[in-house]
Design a protein around this ligand. Structure first.
Ligand SMILES: [Zn+2]
Ligand SMILES: [Zn+2]
Length: 280
């Protein structure tokens, strides 16, 4: 399908419209309603200038979505020309700081009336998210309620339907609340694993998907039960028969070894970089 889009884009390129750069090509793909993902942050709590903490921007249906919102998300969004004012939904995979710290910054930035935002903002997280929001986020960010728009807090347990797409979740072996997400729109399926240790449930959950994004915190020399190694990632992708695996969430040890080690098990693997575009 990607090739078909590419072909059609080239037809347009040779015709009246002029695709001068990759940005235009991406806009064209988005226009054709394909699921679009921009990887914003591929790092962890150990932030580097190449890799800020975890965050992904997704356009599904008519919704502009953030999945996790770690330190550096807002800066990466501005670098990618993605307006923080337009976000419809923020999904949160778990409550670790490298996945939520810029949620405070986003809400703080949004609360000024001169932005003129009037659509509601949905914040969706795992079990316990409502309590976490009310206890730990709200008192810090808001002394008064929003006047221009509402914030809607939801907890997702198994499945949620939003417009014409579906979101499924399962628990992951990382924290009590941590979850992995699956976005399904038409025939396109994207799984974003969040943080996790090795657990066979993710294999069933990711069966035959187009793109699977897995954390790959360490190389094969360091096995932990709450994070994945390249070998784990490769085995999950292979057993699940996914079309493409993207590894992310790297602690700043040399990263290249992890791509080599993953490819030893699953060849069609890409190493995520901050600001990388994926369409599916
Ligand atoms: Zn993390
Ligand atoms: Zn974590």
């Amino acid at each position: 399908m990607f090739n078909e889009i590419e072909k059609r884009a080239n037809v347009v390129k040779d015709g009246k419209n002029n695709f001068t750069n990759i940005k235009n090509l991406i806009k064209f793909k988005r226009y054709l309603n394909y699921m679009y993902l921009k990887i914003l942050g591929t790092g962890t709590s150990q932030v580097s200038k190449e890799r800020v903490s975890t965050s992904n921007y997704i356009e599904v249906g008519n919704k502009k979505i953030l999945l996790d919102c770690g330190c550096g998300t807002l800066v990466r969004m501005s670098q990618a020309d993605i307006s923080f004012k337009d976000i419809d939904i923020v999904f949160i995979s778990h409550f670790h700081i490298d996945h939520i710290s810029d949620l405070f910054a986003l809400l703080w930035a949004l609360k000024y009336p001169h932005l003129g935002r009037n659509k509601d903002l949905q914040l969706i997280g795992p079990k316990g998210f409502e309590e976490f929001y009310n206890k730990d986020i709200k008192p810090i960010v808001f002394s008064k309620p929003f006047k221009l728009f509402n914030i809607k807090i939801q907890e997702i347990e198994n499945e949620m339907k939003i417009d014409d797409f579906k979101v499924n979740v399962i628990n992951t072996a990382h924290t009590d609340e941590s979850i992995a997400f699956k976005f399904i729109e038409n025939e396109k399926i994207l799984v974003i694993g969040g943080d996790m240790g090795y657990d066979e449930n993710i294999i069933d959950f990711s069966k035959d998907v187009d793109v699977l994004i897995l954390e790959c915190s360490y190389d094969n020399s360091k096995e932990l039960n709450n994070h994945l190694t390249p070998k784990n990632c490769g085995n999950i992708a292979k057993s699940a028969n996914v079309k493409k695996l993207i590894i992310t969430h790297f602690y700043p040890i040399p990263t290249e070894i992890r791509l080599e080690e993953t490819k030893e098990v699953f060849e069609n693997t890409i190493m995520a970089e901050d600001l990388m575009d994926i369409t599916l």
